[in-house]
Design a protein around this ligand. Structure first.
Ligand code: SF4
Length: 197
């Protein structure tokens, strides 16, 4: 089974609790107004990678507590992510999944593959980015409508402490001169500052 990937960062500290491997999937049909990741929308871009290949890469990363799925829209590739997450959990890593769908919508849909992905997710961060509700006061999300669903006890301890976790960004400068910024911040402003620089 294969997963269409936009990008993988083996270690990041700004995409969920602790140090995590982060997988941006390619393809999203939700198309939120003001989305900062429009390059992840098309379903024919990115790279198709075998689940076993991704798993082998992840299990050799030292010092991570889990993996984060974001995108793009993870639930559009739920069967492949379920398979990957099942393997990841067997080696003691946690799973955080972002989605532009609301939790209520996913549950109501009664789709087996969506329920499967929920079943291996410790923390679900749900809801579309809503530009008119832009708010950076909570970690990892950009609008006030988005929610944290603690689907297992693993990250339940965070529930009352979320306001203490600050949003951060990471900036990676590549040898070919390109820059990759991830995390959560005012990306329009950040991009402008890099242009001015
Ligand atoms: S769900 Fe995420 S990737 Fe998709 S349009 Fe909304 S913000 Fe962008």
């Amino acid at each position: 089974m294969k997963l269409r990937i936009y990008k993988i960062i083996s270690k990041t500290k700004v995409e969920g609790p602790g140090t995590r491997c982060c997988i941006w999937v390619q393809g999203c049909s939700i198309h939120c107004k003001g989305c900062w990741a429009r390059e992840t929308w098309t379903f024919d871009g990115g790279e198709l990678l075998n689940i076993d290949e991704i798993y082998n890469m992840i299990r050799n990363i030292k010092g991570i507590e889990g993996v984060t799925f974001l995108g793009g829209e993870p639930f559009e590739q739920a069967p492949a992510l379920y398979k990957l997450a099942t393997k990841i959990k067997h080696i003691g890593l946690t799973v955080v999944t972002f989605t532009g769908y609301t939790y209520e919508y996913i549950v109501k849909a009664h789709k087996k593959e969506w329920n499967d992905l929920l079943s291996v997710t410790d923390l679900l961060i749900d809801g579309p980015f809503e530009e008119d509700k832009f708010n950076l006061s909570r970690p990892w999300v950009g609008s006030s409508n988005q929610n944290y669903r603690f689907l297992t006890p693993t990250y339940k301890y965070l529930e009352k402490n979320l306001s203490r976790i600050k949003n951060k960004i990471e900036v990676r400068l590549h040898e070919n001169g390109t820059i990759f910024i991830n995390g959560m911040g005012d990306f329009n402003n950040i991009k402008k500052q890099f242009k001015d620089f």
